[in-house]
Design a binder for this molecule. Structure first.
Ligand code: SF4
Ligand code: SF4
Ligand code: FES
Length: 301
């Protein structure tokens, strides 16, 4: 027996989609290019950013497409003035409060397509949020710019760097470290309102926290707030260049689980390791060995 399906209308076009899929999935089947930030393909929607909203006939408010399920006969609009205005505004607000210049994936394209102009909310004052690397104890709010989070860049080890001036508080890292993937609960949202920020317990430095350095938080961060140390250093030096990188899939050699690794190689050097999100066993997750334990490659050269 085939899976039950429902008929929905996306931007005037009738589509048959599997019952229970998200409005986002239905819209993408219909060819709509809907931005997402807090939603990750392997994660339960957090409904934090609202950049994915669409219009659903009969609904007074715009609907977050990542978390809403399709219903029979649903009529969805992804390109109305109201949707485009809301999408642009969310991106402008996020872009005015966080540095998104190192965001990966589709975000830069979505920012451009939406016509978002974060400077409408005042000139950025990046120097106020970009202080020299420090041991990173404590949260230091820095006045002067409407900011999501301002803290000194936290360079605390050789594995990954936390630069919360790029954080949009999407909670993906918290969920990945917690119930969604890792179940380590090393990081959480601390503070309230304007003081909300991502933190280890008691704001201790990462090496002193419960972190096991799996890097699964780094893998889901959409803005580059969490980034591998090698990538961070190369970006600071201005030599990070994804157009010159080759990605080769292999299998982790450390144990019998057989996690898939994507090796990102620039000029013959491994500069980052990720894992495919669509892998049914690992869903893009790795342990410290697979994510960071490859510096032995080429050590004899
Ligand atoms: S590296 Fe792993 S354990 Fe450490 S904060 Fe990130 S998800 Fe949690
Ligand atoms: S550090 Fe990244 S993943 Fe975590 S809340 Fe901030 S933007 Fe989201
Ligand atoms: S992507 Fe849907 S609410 Fe953030």
């Amino acid at each position: 027996m085939s899976d039950p399906s429902v008929t929905v209308t996306v931007d005037g076009r009738d589509l048959e989609v599997p019952a229970g899929v998200s409005v986002l999935d239905a819209c993408r089947v219909g060819g709509a290019d809907i931005p997402t930030l807090c939603f990750g393909p392997t994660m339960t929607p957090a409904n934090a950013c609202r950049v994915c909203v669409v219009e659903v006939e009969g609904s007074r408010t715009l609907v977050p497409s990542c978390s809403r399920r399709v219903e029979e006969g649903m009529r969805i609009g992804t390109e109305s003035d109201r949707v485009l205005h809301s999408r642009r505004l969310v991106m402008e607000l996020l872009g005015s409060a966080s540095e998104l210049d190192r965001a990966g994936g589709d975000l830069p394209r979505w920012m451009e397509l939406s016509g978002a102009d974060p400077s409408r909310f005042g000139e950025a004052e990046p120097e106020k949020g970009r202080q020299p690397p420090s041991p990173g104890h404590g949260h230091e709010s820095i006045p002067g710019r409407a900011a999501t989070v301002f803290e000194p860049v936290k360079v605390e080890d050789e594995l990954y760097v936390r630069d919360y001036s790029r954080c949009i508080l999407c909670y993906r890292c918290v969920d990945a470290c917690g119930v969604e993937h890792q179940n380590t609960f090393a990081i959480a949202v601390a503070g309230r309102g304007f003081d909300a920020h991502i933190s280890t317990e008691f704001d201790v430095a990462l090496p002193d926290s419960a972190c096991v350095y799996c890097g699964n938080c780094v893998a889901v961060c959409p803005t580059g707030a969490l980034v591998g140390k090698i990538e961070y250093d190369m970006r600071e030096e201005g030599v990070w260049d994804e157009t010159r990188q080759e990605v080769t899939r292999t299998v982790c050699s450390y144990c019998g689980v057989g996690c898939n690794l994507d090796l990102h190689v620039q000029e013959g050097r491994i500069v980052k390791v990720t894992s495919p999100h669509d892998h049914e066993v690992t869903q893009g997750n790795l342990c410290i060995k697979g994510r960071f334990g490859w510096s032995y490659v080429g050590s004899g050269q």
